[in-house]
Each structure stands twice: as structure tokens, then as C-alpha cells.
Design a protein around this ligand. Structure first.
Ligand SMILES: Cc1cc2nc3c(=O)[nH]c(=O)nc-3n(C[C@H](O)[C@H](O)[C@H](O)COP(=O)(O)OP(=O)(O)OC[C@H]3O[C@@H](n4cnc5c(N)ncnc54)[C@H](O)[C@@H]3O)c2cc1C
Length: 442
């Protein structure tokens, strides 16, 4: 059995930031993740938006954390050396009747403290985004909205946590829990862990993990969304575009990502198979996108994927609209049903959990905590393995050295296999490098 002051269950973006922020304190911590890598759950499939904060009810935890989290994003991404684009967003409407809703969001945003929000006329919005179908009636411009690669951010926080002393336990599923006077026994598919505090960040399974020991006050119901990705060479809007759902059409979102690709997502839907796309869903999304951005070249689609969203409900069927942080016993915290804007607020939620855990453990600040995490450097190694992204052998070897154990894990760290060939040319070569590293010939 291993002993720690604190254990984080789940290595999505929330668990990685909880772990990173725990390391700001003088304590020992472990992160238990059932997958072979971190950031392969909800975190690998979402809209990648750093929200401005006008969508949330004034006074709510979401509103507060989103506005603060957004304002901190430049500094956070500098510390972790992760690309961040503060491209701004336009919420557009083609419907006169929807204009009061734009104004209401503008007012809400101002109350929340969102800086520089502006209501635009249709022609003003269209001048900013000429790719929009003509006939825009109005828009809400939020210059502080941005976009970040979600798994790059989570992995950077995870690496930084490890550099500051976090112990990772991958391929480790928490299967049972017991409470004693001195702490919590976590049973796993491998070695057991004993800890004084538990931070449950198990994403889609957070309610079930808490139920191993305490009944959760909310349960999760899943729904999903489908996404399309366009090649980086495709002409694209400069801002994130939200098409407000209204009488004349469904809402879609277009995100010009930090990697240069355009990401398109549609409305939420019930799901049959988690993380699986459907032909009809993708066709519908394509049609909705064409209605908003008619000049977009859909021949440039290089990928599609689906996401799963955990919606928290109380026993009486009431849906929760704020972040739910359960604290069923001293030293036990659960994030249950953290959906949008969980990515925007990952650091804020992590800071919150870490500060409460440290207070419970009476831990002092860690004077040697180093917030800086160096990115994998771009090298001039002449051996290019991923031709689409220009990713070199040296970069891939560094990703493997930092813990990537599969072709997908390498992709999440250096962006190989994300171009138009989607890994068909480099996958085999990366597999060979992984094999060489595993058997010690590299
Ligand atoms: C469609 C969609 C779009 C979104 N868009 C945005 C956006 O644009 N901006 C934004 O701010 N937010 C967005 N979000 C929200 C954001 O993506 C999530 O809040 C965030 O990724 C959740 O991360 P997580 O760490 O809770 O979950 P996950 O990434 O799922 O991580 C949980 C981890 O726990 C592990 N685990 C589960 N059970 C166990 C166990 N028993 N033992 C060990 N490990 C376990 C899982 O393997 C998993 O890796 C979106 C969400 C969805 C679904």
C-alpha cells in the first residue's frame, strides 16, 4: 500500500489542475487515472473555448470563476508554455426577435465584470466577419473570448505537477473506498492507496466514484455533441462565432483553433454510444454550418468526432446550472457534473480544491513550487516524422521521454497526426519509436 496526504481521482483537465495546485502546498500527492494517459475523457473532445463570462448568472460560482479564469489565461499559458489565442467572439443573430436576448446577455456580462463587451449592428458584425451569411441583425462582441488546446493545457499542468513532486498512477482504476479515523483507503485494480484527503475529479463517473463511499446529492445524465474539423489551410472566420439558436435555424459554433484548424460544433443531443458520431448528426451539422457560413469549403473536412457531457440532476429532476462541488465529509471533495465552462475554469476549480485541502491538512505553502513548465521545444532535427505538421523525430522522442506511451499520446503532446493525412503517414514510424524506447534500443 502507498501513503499520501492527498489523492486526486481522475486525470482530466480538472484533475490535472487540482494536482498542480496541490503542489503549491507542502504535502505529498498522487493522481490515479484509469486510462493509459491523462486527458483522454471529456477533456479530449470539447469546444476548446475560453469563455468571456457573459453566459452565467451574476453571483454564481460559474460567473465568478469564468471571468477570473479568463483574465488569468494569458499568464497561465505563459507559465505552462501552451499556445493561447485571444481571438474574441461574436454571438450573432439573424432574428429581430432575438435582439433583446443579446442585450440581456450584454447586461449580464457587464454585471459579471466581463470587460469590453459590445453590441454590434448587423453590418458592423458582417464587416468584422465577411464569411457570415448576409442578413445578420445584430451581434454581441466579446474581445476577451479565446481558445486553447484542452489536452495540451491539461498535460502541461500534469507535467508541471510531476515536476513539483506529484506521483502519477496511470492505468489505475479506483474500485472501492473505505473511511477510517485517519483517512481514506482507496482500493484499485492494482496497489491500494491510503490518503488523508480525496479530490474526486472523475468526470463522467464522478457521481459513481463518490457513491463508492458517500451518496452524491446529484446524479449525472449524459448527452453529447458532434464536431467537424477543417484543414488548417481552409479559409476561416477570425473570431469564434456563436450562432444563437432561434426560429430560423439551429445554433452552431465555429472555432478558429490555435493549431490553425477550424472546429465546428452543433447542438446538444441525446447519445446512443458515447464518443461515437452518427452519419445523420454529421450531415445535419454540415447543413447548419453551410447555412451560417455559405462560402466555407466543406471539402476541407479532415475529421469528425463526438463528445459526451455530464449533466448534473438532483433526485427531484431539477437540473443544476452552477458548478457542483460536493463536500460530504472532512477531507473529501467531489467535482460532479462540471460541464461548460469547465475548461475555462480548470485552474480556478483546482485552486479552490487545493486551498480547501491544504487548510484541512494544515499544510504550509511549498516554497520551492515552480509554476513554469517548459514546452517540448521545436527542433531543427532534419528527420521529419509527421510531414503535415513538420514534427521531428527529436520532438517525438521528447514526448515519449515525458511519458507518452501510445501514438495518440504522442499526438496530444506534439500535434503529430493532426494534419490532412490524420496520421496515416507517420503513425507507423511513431509506433516504431515507441517500441524502440520500450525495449531500450533508443
Ligand atoms: C461538448 C462539450 C463542449 C465543451 N466545451 C467547452 C468549452 O468550449 N469551454 C469550456 O470551458 N468548457 C467546455 N466544456 C467543458 C469541459 O470540457 C469539461 O468541463 C472538462 O473537460 C471536464 O474535465 P474533467 O477532468 O472533469 O473530465 P475528464 O476529462 O473526463 O476526466 C476525468 C478522468 O477521470 C478518469 N476516471 C473516471 N473514473 C475513474 C476511476 N474510478 N478511477 C480512476 N480514474 C477515473 C477518467 O478516465 C478521465 O480521464 C465542454 C464539454 C463538452 C462535453
Amino acid at each position: 500500500m502507498k501513503f499520501f496526504d492527498a489523492a486526486v481521482i481522475g486525470g482530466g483537465v480538472l484533475g490535472c489542475f487540482a494536482a498542480r495546485n496541490l503542489m503549491r502546498w507542502n504535502l505529498s500527492a498522487v493522481l490515479l487515472e484509469q486510462g493509459e494517459d491523462v486527458c483522454t475523457g471529456i477533456t479530449r473532445a470539447n469546444s476548446a473555448i475560453v469563455y468571456a463570462g457573459y453566459d452565467n448568472k451574476p453571483g454564481s460560482r460559474k460567473a465568478e470563476m469564468t471571468v477570473r479564469g479568463n483574465a488569468e489565461f494569458d499568464r497561465l499559458c505563459r507559465e505552462l508554455e501552451v499556445p493561447f489565442s485571444r481571438c474574441g467572439s461574436l454571438l450573432v443573430t439573424y432574428d429581430e426577435e432575438s435582439l433583446p436576448r443579446l442585450r440581456q446577455k450584454w447586461e449580464q456580462g457587464r454585471k459579471n465584470g466581463v470587460p469590453s463587451l459590445k453590441l454590434l449592428t448587423g453590418p458592423e458584425a458582417q464587416a468584422m466577419e465577411p464569411m457570415l451569411k448576409s442578413g445578420v441583425k445584430g451581434a454581441l462582441y466579446a474581445p476577451t473570448t479565446g481558445t486553447v488546446n484542452p489536452w495540451q493545457l491539461g498535460i502541461a499542468a500534469f507535467e508541471n505537477a510531476m515536476n513539483n513532486g506529484l506521483i502519477p498512477m496511470l492505468n489505475t482504476t479506483v474500485t472501492g473506498m473505505e473511511k477510517s479515523e485517519t483517512g481514506y483507503l482507496l482500493k484499485t485494480n492494482g496497489e491500494a492507496v491510503f490518503c488523508k484527503a480525496v479530490l474526486n475529479c472523475a468526470g463522467l463517473y464522478a457521481d459513481r466514484v463518490q457513491k463508492l463511499l458517500f451518496p452524491p446529492s446529484v446524479r449525472l445524465q449524459w448527452d453529447g455533441a458532434e464536431f467537424l474539423v477543417l484543414d488548417e489551410l481552409a479559409p476561416k472566420p477570425r473570431h469564434i462565432l456563436f450562432h444563437q439558436a432561434q426560429s430560423c435555424g439551429k445554433g452552431i459554433t465555429a472555432i478558429p483553433c490555435v493549431e490553425g484548424n477550424l472546429l465546428l460544433s452543433g447542438v446538444r443531443k441525446p447519445i446512443s454510444t458515447p464518443f461515437a458520431t452518427t452519419p445523420e448528426g454529421l450531415r445535419e451539422l454540415e447543413a447548419d454550418v453551410k447555412a451560417l457560413l455559405p462560402t466555407l469549403d466543406m471539402g476541407q473536412i479532415i475529421r469528425s468526432f463526438a463528445a459526451v457531457r455530464p449533466n448534473p440532476y438532483r433526485g427531484n429532476g431539477e437540473s443544476l446550472h452552477d458548478f457542483c462541488i460536493e463536500h460530504p465529509a472532512p477531507g473529501f471533495y467531489s467535482l460532479i457534473g462540471i460541464k461548460t465552462p469547465g475548461l475555462t475554469c480548470a485552474n480556478e476549480l483546482g485552486l479552490y480544491l487545493a486551498a480547501h485541502t491544504a487548510a484541512y491538512l494544515k499544510a504550509l505553502p511549498n516554497p520551492s513550487f515552480d509554476p513554469h513548465r517548459p514546452a517540448i521545444p521545436k527542433t531543427d532535427d532534419p528527420e521529419i516524422i509527421c510531414q503535415c505538421g513538420g514534427v521531428t523525430r527529436a520532438e517525438i522522442l521528447e514526448a515519449i521521454r515525458r511519458g507518452a506511451s501510445t501514438v495518440d499520446a504522442v499526438k496530444r503532446r506534439v500535434g503529430s497526426g493532426m494534419g490532412s493525412c490524420q496520421g496515416s503517414r507517420c503513425g507507423f514510424a511513431i509506433e516504431k519509436l515507441l517500441e524502440g524506447y520500450r525495449n531500450g534500443t533508443l
